[in-house]
Design a binder for this molecule. Sequence first.
Ligand code: HEM
Length: 117
Amino acid sequence: MTHAHITTWAIALILFLVVLALHKSGKAKGAKIVSMTLRLFYILIVATGILLLLEININGAYLWKALVGIVVIGLMEMITVRTRKAKSTTVFWVLFVLALVYVIYLGFSMSMGFKFF
Ligand code: HEM
């Protein structure tokens, strides 16, 4: 089950970069379509995350991991929307990178699936 979860967030990260690249090259229509697809993947990340939560005895550590995951999704959305509106994204990028590294560390150090840390 963790494989499905990893697949969804890995695809979401790629789509996120594609949306930003499309905006940068002025392809607004393409960026809009890929943004919609990215939002579908947000739902899939949360759905696979919730399925994982249902497999275990939920404790604070898992809820914290889930919360940080949701924050990462929120930051991706903030960055794509603010890039479209040509607003500053610097603060959101810093928070995004920190939260992303942290949630991947948390996920891979917890009991289910891979345990790299
Ligand atoms: C972009 C956002 C997210 C990223 C990058 C992410 C990353 C990860 C990673 C790397 C793992 C470890 C997989 C493994 O060990 O095989 C994991 C596991 C997990 N994730 Fe996420 N996740 C995200 C969002 C979420 C959300 C939104 C939820 C809940 C609603 C969630 C719930 C879980 C749970 C319950 C696990 C199992 C923990 C364990 O390994 O014991 N994740 N996630």
